[in-house]
Design a protein around this ligand. Structure first.
Ligand code: PLP
Length: 287
């Protein structure tokens, strides 16, 4: 089926959709993006992702490129035109096109807006998640504002490629204190040796994951004790369970870290309960 992309006001065949060579996203990674999971044609965790998009833009002194209502329509229309039932919808917003110069272009320069949607084989994805996946660890060499979801993802790209080459699904990034920050495109979690569910606090240099927030909200309903507290690679290796979260990965069990088995090498009960609860909740509340 032919894919359709929204670019600066028009829907175009994917292969013909383009932005200018002097787009600031291409020249400087001067832009942000956002991603929603799509369940049965509807967008999951809608408000959380939209609010984070607004925040990312504000932090870079950019405005939402159109009203929230208009943007919602564009996102849904892109999903509809691509006939996506289960999948993902992406938006990239950059500071627009201007003659190359580091400083911001003249006020009034229109931003570039790209929206794309793609289907995911949900059954294959869930089957993979049921078995659990491997992660490796890599040094976190990113900039100091990882709370902003910018298109500047080179360290993440390199870490994810290293994971791929090691036969792993994700790279967990480790700061100079030996503590895990997050994954290349996911938030990192463990159930520690005392049974406490732990993930890095948002005061650290991490993305405030929308799936992370949803899972945190679900934990008390399942009588799971949760702490936003950093963990070391060593603690992760000794953990009872581990997993990662993202709009593109839901709750994915981690069964090995740097080749060393986590727990009994199978997805654990806390992970499975949260994965099930997250999926039920996300699909029920999608709009
Ligand atoms: N951390 C990073 C670096 C990410 O890129 C992402 C998602 O793209 C996440 C965490 C997970 O965030 P969310 O749950 O909002 O998808």
């Amino acid at each position: 089926m032919s894919r359709i992309a929204y670019v600066n006001g028009t829907y175009r065949p994917h292969g013909e959709a383009s932005v200018h060579i002097e787009d600031r996203g291409f020249q400087f990674a001067d832009g942000v993006y956002e991603v929603w999971g799509v369940f049965d044609g509807r967008l999951a965790d809608f408000d959380g992702h939209m609010t984070r998009l607004e925040r990312s833009l504000t932090e870079l002194a950019m405005a939402l490129p159109m009203s929230r209502a208009a943007l919602t329509l564009v996102l849904k229309e892109t999903v509809r035109r691509n006939k996506v039932r289960d999948g993902l919808v992406y938006i990239q917003v950059t500071r627009g096109t201007a003659r190359r110069d580091h400083v911001f272009p003249a006020p009034g320069t229109p931003p570039s807006v790209v929206v794309t949607a793609r289907s995911v084989d949900r059954r294959a994805q869930l089957a993979r998640a049921q078995k659990g996946v491997a992660v490796i660890t890599r040094p976190d060499i990113r900039w100091g504002r990882c709370d902003i979801k910018t298109v500047g993802l080179l360290p993440n790209v390199l870490a994810k490629q290293a994971a791929r080459e090691a036969g792993a699904a994700e790279a967990w990034l480790v700061d100079s204190d030996g503590l895990v920050t997050e994954g290349g495109s996911t938030n990192a979690w463990i159930v520690d040796e005392h049974g406490v569910l732990r993930t890095r606090d948002t005061g650290a240099n991490i993305l405030r994951g929308i799936t992370r927030a949803a899972v945190m909200a679900l934990a008390p309903e399942h009588q799971i004790r949760i702490e936003e507290r950093a963990f070391s690679v060593d603690e992760a290796r000794r953990a009872r369970e581990a997993f990662f979260t993202a709009a593109s990965a839901f709750v994915t069990p981690v069964i090995s870290i740097d080749g060393q088995r986590v727990g009994d090498g199978k997805p654990g009960p806390v992970t499975r309960a949260l994965a099930e609860a997250y999926l039920a909740n996300a699909s029920a509340s999608a709009i």
